[in-house]
Each structure stands twice: as C-alpha cells, then as structure tokens.
Ligand binder design. Structure first.
Ligand code: SF4
Ligand code: SF4
Length: 496
C-alpha cells in the first residue's frame, strides 16, 4: 500500500442554481487578462446540452483520455509515435469556434457618440481581431436551453437512450434541465500530465493538485487533447498552457478556492482523501462498468491503523490525517456512496465527484395528505423525468446500480425529513423508504445536516498547509495572504 493525500471535491447538483457566480469569481481572480479571455477554468453547463467547448464529451471527435489497448492503458490521442507525427499539427484540438470568439464592448461609444436621434449602443468588439463582430456563441450559449432541438438534442449522453426515452425527454410536460459546474478534476491518472512531451505538467506530491510549470511549458498543447474534460487551455499571448490550480495559493493560506467560497447554492465540498497510489494503474485499466466502484475502493479509510501507519511512513503529517478523517468528501463519496465521478470511462480517475440530481416528481399532495406517485421508491426513481440511463452515461460509466443507489438514498432522506418536518406522509412510509435505500435514520440525519445546514467550515475542510503552519508561529496567516501566488514568470522562449 502506497498511501498518498489528495485534495478532492464534491458538487451537489440538486443545489446548483446555475447563477455562474463561481465562474465569475474564477474569471476575476485568474483569467481576466490577455490571452486568457476565452478560458473559463470554472464553467457551468446546462444538461442536456452540448457544453463548453462544444461537444467536449465526444471522444470520437477529441480523442481525450485513456483507452484500453490489448488490456493495457494508452492515451487515445497521442503516444510516443503518434505524438511525434502530430507534433506540428494536432488534428484533435478544439478550435476557437468550439470555444467561442471572445469579445468585449466599445463602451466609449456610450459617452463619446455625437448627439443624434437614437440612443448610442456599445457594439461588441472581438478580443481577437479588435474589430466589431456579431456574437454567435459564448461559453454558456446553451444556458437553460435544456429542451432545445439544437443543443439538448445533440448531447452525446443521449446516444445510449432508446427512441421512447429520447421522445419522453423532450415532451413539454416532462422537460427538465439541471446544471453541471465543471472545473479541472485533478485526476489521479491525469491524461494531461501523461500527454505533455516537455514534462511541464505535474501532480503535486503533497496534495495531488495538477499544475503546469510555466517555465517548462513549450506550448505543444498535447495536454489540451490529452484531457478528456477539456480543462487545459492554451494562452495565445504567453504561448503556454494554463489550467485550474484549485486556488492552491488560497488553500495554502487556509481558504477554500474562490469558486467554492463564492458558491451561492453552497453546493461545493472540499476535503482530503487518502488513497492507495500503488493501485491506480490497476483500477484505471478495469472493465468500464467496474470503474466507479473500484475508484471508490481506491479511497482508504483514514481511521484504519494500517492506513495511518502507511500515511506516516510516506511523510503525511498527523494534522493532514486528521483533516482526512474530518473530510466531507470522504463521507459523501465513500461512506454514504452518494457522490460519483463524471465520465469515469475516460479512465483518468477524476477526484471531483457529483451528487446526481434527484429529478423525479416523487409524489403529490392529495386530500389525504402527501403520497407517492409510485408505490415503491424503486419505481419512483426508475420513472424519473430524466431517464436513469442518461444519468448513468454521465456518472455511472455503464453501471446503473451505483447511480440508482445514490438516487434511492437521496430520495429516502428527503422523505425522512418530510415526515419529520411536515408530517403529511402516511405512517411507516418514510421508514420503509429508508429500509429500501439501506440507510439508517442516523445516517439520514447526518446526510441531511451535511447537505442542507453545513457551515462553510464544515463544507470546506482545507488541510493545514505547512506554509500556514510556519507563518502562524509569528503572524496571523490571514494577514499574509499576499505571500502566495504565481511567483516568478518568464516570457515564452521558443528555440525553433
Ligand atoms: Fe488533467 Fe483534465 Fe484531469 Fe484536470 S481534468 S487533471 S486537466 S486530465
Ligand atoms: Fe452553481 Fe454555486 Fe456556481 Fe451558482 S456559484 S452556478 S450555485 S456552483
């Protein structure tokens, strides 16, 4: 056993209201500069939809992530030979049109326009050419268009649905949508790191955050095609790649990343996981439908004496082990099995997990109180407005049972609380549901507390970094926030 520490996250999709505050917080902090205009390290997509960049989930087109070849893992897009042949022309990169042409507005016209009969307007100006442009797409162009024939109908996750399921998805009375906020998943088996020919991308030893060394990067952009989530971006101004850094400078000072901190829906959880690095390759090469369960197995119990000893042997500080024991991510992913990785079939072992949205109309209020639409909880989940197979395509990698199990538990907790607070369920219904979902009343209360009432400190358990531990001897770490950051940066150096 090779115990390592990983900062991991959970996003609870039932709570996301699609306000994009997270995206704006990230934009203002990290990508509000030349060359990064089109980058959204955090973006929020509407599902069903095509996302940003367009159709990023379609690996026939982008060839990101890993595949099994003769039982062994290999990158889909590149490798020693294939990488060399594509080094000056990489056909699987998204183009500007797949993202969008970034723009601003000529605000000066509002003040400087000559007097006239019509109100002056601020015309959109391309940030690429500097010329006026007609806006035809944007980073969240399909926002809230869950039922649209252009965006929703082209969602790659609909491929596995049968005709009837597809039809029902677009019937007006069943129309639904939900949001998926996305950041880099800081994967355990990152395709971006493996694809980089310059060795510029790396996974930090102490916390598993995946970063780009700006001084080593030569702008080959293999990381962009290697990442199946398209969460590495090329900066045309510096000639280097960039990506979400999980706000490590903030974390080193004890703060949650900006998108977590600013999240209006309080959907985001951050915490430490301990995992067995010696099994990463074995798990990433497993049959597709086993990937979600095996990734869960990879996460170690931070209370086990054997794991604690292994962590100490690997130099993990006792305060970090304590942080792993109090991690909300551990509870949501491993203990309660509510949170699932997005597209585990890309085999990068993402460490951002999602609590799937509970979309069914579960019941209705009649004259004799609230009662279920379906007789059994299993039926109610199966008859959800969004076909379970659609959610399985996103979060189950073909294993429908892991998704159903999470939804059953979520539904059971909801009814358990309804019985406690509103009290209009028929006697015994809530208890039966908890039993069906294999969830005890104590666990249901704990899930309710963490998902509904948790304070920021309970949601974001940032482990104590050494930098913070050092400064707290002499100063308040909060007053030393400016100490961290990008550090020295050199201009691009091209030797060809
Ligand atoms: Fe790399 Fe993409 Fe995984 Fe982030 S999501 S670590 S960029 S492969
Ligand atoms: Fe969703 Fe939170 Fe982002 Fe708003 S800030 S879109 S609630 S993740």
């Amino acid at each position: 056993m090779d115990v390592r520490a990983q900062i991991a996250s959970v996003f609870h999709l039932d709570k996301c209201i699609g306000c994009h505050t997270c995206s704006v917080a990230c934009k203002n902090l990290w990508t509000d500069r030349r060359g990064a205009e089109y980058m959204w390290w955090n973006n929020v997509e509407t599902k069903p939809g095509t996302g940003y960049p367009t159709l990023w989930e379609d690996q026939q087109q982008y060839r990101g992530g890993w595949e099994l070849h003769n039982g062994r893992l290999r990158l889909r897009a590149t490798g020693k030979i294939r990488g060399l042949t594509n080094i000056f022309f990489n056909p699987t990169l998204p183009e500007l049109d797949d993202y969008y042409e970034p723009w601003s507005y000529r605000y000066g016209d509002l003040f400087d326009a000559p007097q006239g009969d019509v109100q002056p307007t601020a015309r959109p100006i391309s940030l690429v050419t500097g010329r006026p442009m007609d806006i035809e797409s944007g980073p969240n162009w399909d926002d809230d268009l869950g039922g649209s024939p252009v965006y929703a109908a082209n969602d790659p996750n609909l491929a596995g649905l049968n005709e009837e399921e597809r039809r029902s998805l677009f019937q007006l009375q069943r129309l639904h949508m939900f949001y998926i906020p996305r950041i880099c998943n800081h994967c355990l088996n990152p395709g971006c790191v493996a694809a980089c020919p310059s060795g510029a991308m790396y996974k930090r030893g102490e916390d598993g955050i995946v970063l780009v060394n700006q001084e080593k990067c030569r702008g080959w952009r293999f990381c962009v095609s290697g990442c199946p989530y398209k969460k590495v971006y090329y900066n045309w101004e510096t000639g280097k790649s960039e990506k979400c850094l999980l706000c490590y400078p903030r974390q080193e000072d004890g703060f949650a990343p900006a998108c977590f901190h600013s999240c209006v829906g309080r959907i985001r959880y951050l915490g430490l996981l301990l995992y067995d690095a010696s099994r990463v390759e074995e798990v990433a090469s497993a049959p597709e439908e086993m990937l979600v369960r095996l990734q869960r197995d990879l996460i170690l119990d931070p209370f086990s004496p054997e794991v604690i000893e292994g962590a100490r042997d690997n130099g993990i500080h006792d305060r970090w082990i304590e942080a792993a024991q109090g991690s909300p991510v551990y509870r949501l992913v491993k203990e309660w099995e509510l949170a699932l990785p997005l597209h585990a079939e890309f085999r990068t072992l993402p460490t951002l997990f999602y609590v799937p949205p509970l979309l069914p109309i579960m019941g209705m209020l009649g004259e004799d109180g609230y009662h279920l639409e379906a007789e059994e909880l299993f039926d109610a989940v199966e008859q959800a407005r969004v076909p379970i197979r659609y959610l399985t395509s996103l979060f189950g990698a073909g294993d429908q049972k892991v998704v159903t199990r999470a939804l059953l538990k979520l539904a059971a907790v909801r009814f358990h609380r309804r019985a406690a607070t509103v009290g209009d369920l028929r006697a015994g219904v809530a208890e039966k549901m908890l039993e069906q979902a294999a969830c005890s009343p104590t666990e249901a209360e704990a899930i309710f507390r963490l998902t509904s009432l948790a304070t920021a400190d309970e949601r974001h358990r940032v482990p104590p970094y050494q930098g913070e531990a050092i400064v707290e001897e002499t100063a308040d770490p909060h007053t030393r926030r400016g100490d961290a950051g990008f550090g020295g940066r050199l201009p691009p150096r091209r030797g060809f």
